[in-house]
Unconditional design. Structure first.
Length: 142
């Protein structure tokens, strides 16, 4: 049975897509999502079937579009750069040129945690936007 590593399990889960759990990174500096494929012991995509790889990319595209369409965004960053954990985690970050540390990477800087109410609003807004996009079959073919 699939389980997330403790670091990921502590994050706020927004929704389950066909293959990935969508989590919110608790950093109010940037709209930031993390997709974790529900595949046991997946540290990378080497053992994924081609269809699983394609579905991960569909879900990344869906979430990237949700961020770009719902938040002021000059650039989106997508990375699997979390070597500290033993699980594949795909980060999607919405960036603005006015960011405190633009153009440097978002990770590695001090997080500004959401207030509880703001975090709940963020989760609800993103969940609603994802559900609307999920109606489009191009994202959910797996």
């Amino acid at each position: 049975m699939f389980s997330m590593v403790p670091k990921m399990a502590k994050k706020d889960k927004i929704i389950e897509l066909k293959l990935c759990n969508v989590l919110l990174e608790d950093n109010a500096n940037y709209p930031w999502l993390i997709l974790v494929p529900r595949i046991d012991n997946a540290k990378n995509m080497l053992r994924f079937s081609m269809e699983q790889r394609l579905q991960v990319m569909r879900e990344v595209a869906l979430c990237e579009e949700v961020l770009a369409e719902n938040f002021a965004c000059d650039q989106t960053n997508i990375a699997t750069a979390d070597d500290e954990i033993d699980q594949l985690a795909i980060h999607i970050v919405c960036r603005q040129k006015k960011d405190k540390n633009w153009p440097c990477l978002a990770w590695g800087t001090a997080a500004k945690h959401y207030k509880a109410e703001d975090k709940a609003d963020m989760v609800n807004k993103i969940e609603k936007a994802i559900k609307i996009k999920m109606a489009n079959e191009k994202y959910m073919q797996f």
